[in-house]
Design a protein around this ligand. Structure first.
Ligand code: KIV
Length: 276
């Protein structure tokens, strides 16, 4: 059985921290799942760290579905959460419902995530009423990067801090099972965490959240365009890959690869016949 919404809620009640990671492909998802990570997000960060877009805005439903399916195939125990792309849940509740349902029905994800608080609450409510678990996302919402004027810390003014608490409460009331707090000052994130009953999952929002989420490409040192301040590199995969590729390149050129070990033999008499 996969991790359930009620198990995640119970973790907050027990004071047990929740670790969440992104994954975008079968092989990585399998490793993350085997490591026991309970929440695997197929984030629309896919657009930047896998597909090479400048932001998450160009990501489409079809691109997300393609990767959600791979991640679901790679996982057994984790709850797989599909991230709704820009403009797939903004226009109407009907649109939001139809697209959320595609993630669950076609993608086989167990939950969806969408950005926004008070303004998204009506969609969250309807999606939850239809039996689809929803994770909210407030603070820095990358799909609104042009409105926010960049990837900046949010909630620093009194008005913005009040709005953020209202957003968190609106998501809780709408039935979201958890909420991502991205780039929120640590003391504000801790306060929101105390004020709402659903788990807060922080990214760049300090240790006072109920859980943490990271983009796996940042954590593994695989994405090298920039390293966010909130990320810790637990490995430097780009360096490992670079030196492995250089070694392979050199060995192909020198003739050291392949050897007999990577080759296949056949009956010599057949060759002798051919060579006559
Ligand atoms: O798209 C994503 O990976 C996300 C996480 C950073 C929370 O939304």
């Amino acid at each position: 059985m996969r991790v359930s919404v009620s198990q995640i809620r119970e973790m907050k009640q027990r004071g047990e921290k929740v670790a969440m990671l992104t994954a975008y492909d079968y092989a990585t998802a399998k490793i993350v799942d085997e490591a026991g990570i309970p929440l695997v997000l197929v984030g629309d960060s896919l657009g930047m760290v896998v597909l090479g877009y400048e932001s998450t805005i160009p990501v489409t439903m079809e691109e997300m579905l393609h990767h959600i399916k791979a991640v679901v195939r790679g996982t057994r125990q984790a709850m797989v959460i599909g991230d709704m792309p820009f403009m797939t849940y903004h226009v109407s509740v009907e649109d939001a419902l139809r697209n959320a349902a595609r993630f669950i029905q076609e993608g086989r994800a167990q939950a969806i995530k969408l950005e926004g608080g008070v303004t998204a609450a009506d969609k969250v409510k309807r999606i939850v009423e239809c039996g689809i678990p929803v994770m909210g996302h407030i603070g820095l919402t990358p799909q609104s990067v042009h409105q926010l004027g960049g990837f900046k810390v949010q909630g620093k003014t009194p008005e913005a801090a009040i709005r953020m608490l209202q957003d968190a409460r609106a998501l809780e009331q709408a039935g979201a099972f958890a909420v991502v707090l991205e780039m929120v000052p640590a003391p504000l994130a801790a306060l929101i965490t105390r004020k709402i009953s659903i788990p807060t999952i922080g990214i760049g929002s300090g240790a006072g959240c109920d859980g943490q989420v990271q983009v796996i490409s940042d954590l593994l040192g695989l994405f090298t365009d920039f390293v966010p301040k909130h990320a810790r590199q637990y490995a430097k995969l780009a360096d490992i890959i670079r030196s492995a590729v250089a070694e392979y390149h050199g060995e192909v050129k020198s003739g050291d690869f392949p050897t007999k070990e990577q080759s296949f033999s056949m009956d010599e008499s057949i060759l002798a016949e051919l060579d006559k």
